[in-house]
Every structure is written in C-alpha cells, then in structure tokens.
Design a protein around this ligand. Sequence first.
Ligand code: PEP
Length: 257
Amino acid sequence: MTQRKPLIAGNWKMNLNHFEAIALVQKLAFALNDKDFDKAEVAVLPPFTDLRSVQTLVDGDKLRIVYGAQDLSQHDAGAYTGEISGAMLSKIGCTFVTIGHSERRQYHHEDDDLVNAKVHAAYRHSLTPILCVGEGLAVRQEGGHIAHILGQLDGALRKITAEQAKSIVVAYEPVWAIGTGEVASPEDAQEACEALRVRLAELYDSEVASGVRILYGGSVKSGNIAGIMAQPDVDGALVGGASIDAGEFTKICRFSD
Ligand code: PEP
C-alpha cells in the first residue's frame, strides 16, 4: 500500500491582515521547528492579500510550511474583474488551492460544473487542488450523504486524467460540522473517506486511489484530532477556525492536545 504523508491544512477564511499573517506564520514556524517533526505536511491557506507576505517568510527562512489559496478563477487571464488566476497563484509560490469549499458553493453558488472547471484550471498551472465535498444536514438526516459526496466527486473530476488525479487532495467536510463546533465522529469520517477512496478506484484504479490523500474537515480541534487521525482512510485535516490560533493549530499538527 502507498504511504500517504498526512496533510494538515489551515483555511484562514477571510481572517488576518498581512501583519497578523506574518505573526501567525512566525509562531507556527517556531513551534514546528524541531527536527523530529515530520508527522505531517503543514499548509496554510491565507486570503489572497496575505500570500505575498507568507511567501516572503517561507522563502526567506526556508520554513517547512507550504501555502496555497482558498479559491481561483476557472479562467487563465482576461476581463474578469475581481478574480485571481491559477497563473498568479503559481507565480507567487502556491502549492495548493482549495476548490469547492462549501462556503463558495453556498454563498457564491458554485456548482459541480464550475468546480470541475476550477480543478482543470488548477492543473493547467501546476497547483494541487484541495477539492472539498460534503453534505448538508438534511441530506445526512435522510441518509443520502454518501451518494451526495460521490456525486460531487464525480462532477469535480470530469475529464481529469489518472495522471492528474493521483496528486489531488480530497477533503470530506460535512456542511453541518463546519464552524458549528459539531464534529463528525471518527467513524462517520472514516465511512465517508473510505467511500471516496473506493470511488477513486472505480473512476481510475487502485494505485490512484491508494495514493490520494483524503482529509476530514469540520470543527477539528486539538481535542478531537487524534481520534480522526486514527482512521485508516483519513489522511489529515482541513482546519478552519482553529487554524488561526497558533497554539491550537500546532497541537493539531502534532495530532495531540
Ligand atoms: C473549513 O473552513 O474548511 C472548516 C473545516 O472550518 P472549521 O474547522 O471552522 O469547522
């Protein structure tokens, strides 16, 4: 079986100006600096306006933190006021880009076709998508959550090749658990992540499926990360609220409280 390096990614959402961003990255770099720390790859996903500051710190101090953006345009350039292209993110050193976060789907009406176009745009510019899927409360209560997330996965990966898919990161983020303090049980996270992996094997092959990192996201904290990380198909976490608290995020990166 392929060894998958866990990924802990901090989605700062629309928080922290560039001074605050610098302070947070410095604290994280210091706290995760011991040479034995190799539990996880650590990524931060700041707002666009902080990326340049984060890049300067990471490059200048050769930090073991990578970074990415929270969204990108499906277009490469042109008259799209307010948008940010994959080329721009790539040029500024981004490794990752989050695509299809439930807040984008909910507040910006992003559907599976747009998410799919953005996944293609990310690959055109050598960015690794962190593709978010997840069901709302009503779907979960009706028991339709697995069908729902598999539909989102299928839609997002249309015309994505196996060569591309093997580097994708998928984040299972039940909408009812995001920012609510309500965390899915480790067993719920495992059920969803396992189903996503089985679908990747059906869409591609077992080699792709066993190499893809599948994260859980939704009210992850230092107190619940260990149980989540103990699940065989969960390869890390996408962390929102707790990612802008250096102490808490550091503990999450170490899978402990
Ligand atoms: C998120 O924004 O992806 C998220 C999981 O948020 P939170 O950790 O705050 O629930």
